[in-house]
Design a protein around this ligand. Sequence first.
Ligand code: PRX
Length: 656
Amino acid sequence: MSSTIESVLQETRAFPPPEAFVKQANISGMAAYEAMCNEAERDFEGFWARLARENLLWHKPFTRILDESNAPFFKWFEDGELNASYNCLDRHLKTQPDKIAIVFEADDGKVTHVTYRQLYEKVCQFANGLKKRGIAKGDRVLIYMPMSVEAIVAMQACARIGATHSVVFGGFSAKSVQERIVDAGAVAVITADGQFRGGKEIPLKPAIDEALAMGGCEAIKSVVVYKRTGTSIPMTAPRDAWWSDVVAGQPTDCEPTWVGAEHPLFILYTSGSTGKPKGVQHSTGGYLLHAMITMKWVFDIKPKDIFWCTADVGWVTGHTYIAYGPLAVGTTQVVFEGVPTYPDAGRFWKMIQDHKVNIFYTAPTAIRSLIKAGGDLPKNYDLKSLRILGSVGEPINPEAWRWYYETVGGSRCPIVDTWWQTETGGHMITPLPGVHALKPGSCQAPLPGVIADIVDETGHSVGNGKGGILVIKKPWPSMIRTIWGDPERFKKSYFPEDFQGKYYLAGDGATKDEKGNITIMGRIDDVLNVSGHRLGTMEIESALVSNSKLVAEAAVVGRPDDLTGEAVVAFVVTKGPRPSGEEAKAMANELRAWVAKEIGSIAKPKDIRFGDNLPKTRSGKIMRRLLRSIAKGEAITQDVSTLENPAILDQLKQNL
Ligand code: PRX
């Protein structure tokens, strides 16, 4: 596997969609796509207003479309009122109440079906239970749940009563949870006793107890605990209540709380260039619109389709393409509790076969690890149900693309390589399955109404055949509204003065080929992408130096990795003498465990190097470019004459 990925074959073939596919597609052929792009160009606001009227159910119709008066704090459909949960559930009650909304497969293989009516009733009961516990419109609720029907119910119930949820991925530490509770000003937590993943039981509630004991969380009045594992856990009355008690006796109807289109549906924390994660705030109307149209355009969703997005609801992909998009368009979706390699690396393929999945959406990291664990395994399963494959979260290397296309998709399923971000709310740049001839490894073309471009440092388009900075030149409905509690940081991060505050800066570098196909080259800021998870180098550095007993100074960089895309490499100056041999190994392990406790296991450095100092210029600036070269094992070709302490480089090159 390693050699195949290293050889990264440059795939130059284009893969046009089969004619039969084009014929049935929701956006059928290039002419249809171009007509939509032209419509958006001719009448940008009219285009989005038409879609918002056609797709969303409005309690009070909007009369204003885009408000740019306080740019870059854009508002969409502001005077309209709606409810996201009503749009995802109530709308199906008359037309398809008995259709399966969720096929839930547990870690141990047990399958549960939930119809749209049942899901509606679960959400209403839980929403009523939350209201009874004093949670109201505008409150922030932190959700720390395993992949489960209940996680979706929790999100939908918050939406139903106008509470703003903030889901924290179950792999994050107690400290991360505490920081997010404080930053969001949350008043309640919804969690579970624990979760099952890969045959192992992992506790969740203890992390909440630990977080709440850290201080600053006094506003938390209520902790609702879903019983998943049944392992005994401490419950603190009256703060803590079991989910089953919260819903007991509650009516199965709950009038939705109507909110303005700009009402914050959720806050989701993600990493940026500084040490502190950003609370990305999303709206209700614009966000849900984008979730719906991309289900239709990109996944070409049809009434009979079975859709499966393998993300966790702790990430934005699990928000848009599990908790909201599939429900709003009334699809049947698979929700999976476990991991792709348990009980063996055929799990995904068996699930596709068992549930007759038509549209399968996963991340390159999962694809690469499954090639490694059993590249021939898909052949043992009947994958003929598949119609479309999707990729998200990081660049997909052409080798992995080809395997996905041929071995999983039987060379008949278009792959939609969807570029987007926590901040964009939904897909932005992606081939459309019934339109574009696929170019492996490239996300190719912006969606109609998304005005993406690649510019140089002065903001001028670079044109075809060149590389530069990826920007979005016009606002779009599902865009980030602000960073929760930090509007200045929002402006600085995304609408910098470099471009007169006019363009949304995605933070990615990209190229355009001669035909205009866009390919993402990776982040241009201090953000790493490890297994499709976003991590800030500064965040990991702060975690390391917070170990004041051991660490004097630390610098973190990324290094390409065959399996995880990028890997975290940390350079550490210790308080005591520089460790070596076994002592260095033990200290590296201790620091890894420390980072896991501070942030979460996903942030653990793969490689830790110790030095008496870090390579610095005479003015004291750490030369990160040198560190990146050392991390990659490259020969150092940069000028090191300005370096204060060149001898340090040899120390840092030593692998443990
Ligand atoms: O660098 C890009 C990469 O993931 C970043 C966004 O990360 P996050 O907010 O965690 O959202 C991930 C899921 C939407 C981007 O700035 N990225 C995302 N999709 C792709 C990608 N890189 C290349 N190709 C993609 N399809």
